[in-house]
Design a protein. Structure first.
Length: 208
């Protein structure tokens, strides 16, 4: 990590950080923010630039970002302070463990942007977008809440689409791949994909 990130981690983690492994018992995500606003769960926030941009443009909702890599967490904490983002909290650990601890219907949206595609067939079971995980994520969405996924792997996009469409409690908002939403900032993963000539696929499904 850079010295700036190391400093941000030490100073800001107590106020804005969450250790998923340390949580004990049920978790109400709204409790992390101290207000009753709608909560957006960001699974795999990377270096945090997209999360910070969306949170800044959407101050009426709270953003709970989950990441496993410490440099990304530190970078997002630094962005939180620099931009005065009181509506962001940063959790480290397994996002699914955190979601399992949440009550049903507690989230306004779940974002899964550019998750690891695990391209080898023998690793597909590690993908986050698979039926069991989608059912869990969907159960934590309030009625009308959205599950928004994005990937630059065409095969994973088709797998995502099939899995999401098969869930009886989810409605495909666009009847297929969604137009690129203006509210999703361009990430380094997306820029890398476009430079390499790969298409980017967005899928937006709403809980009934």
């Amino acid at each position: 990590m850079t010295s700036r990130q190391t400093d941000a981690l030490a100073r800001l983690r107590p106020a804005y950080g969450i250790e998923i492994a340390d949580l004990d018992g049920p978790v109400d995500p709204a409790g992390f923010f101290g207000r009753g606003a709608a909560v957006v769960l960001e699974i795999g926030s990377g270096m945090g630039d997209a999360t910070a941009a969306m949170a800044a443009a959407d101050p009426d909702r709270d953003y709970l970002a989950v990441e496993v890599h410490t440099p990304g967490i530190a970078n997002l904490l630094d962005l939180v302070q620099r931009h005065g983002l009181g509506n962001v909290r940063v959790a480290q650990g397994d996002a699914l463990d955190l979601v399992r601890a949440m009550p049903e219907s507690c989230l306004d949206a779940v974002h899964v942007f550019f998750p690891d595609p695990w391209p080898k067939s023998r690793h597909h079971k590690r993908r986050i977008i698979q039926p069991e995980h989608v059912a869990l994520l969907r159960s934590r969405l309030a009625g009308g809440g959205t599950l928004h996924c994005a990937t630059d792997w065409a095969e994973y996009a088709e797998s995502m689409r099939s899995t999401l469409t098969a869930d009886p409690e989810l409605v495909d908002v666009h009847g297929g791949y969604a137009p690129r939403p203006a509210h999703r900032p361009v990430t380094k993963f997306e820029r890398r994909a476009l430079t390499a000539g790969r298409a980017v696929f967005d899928l937006v499904h709403r809980r009934r």
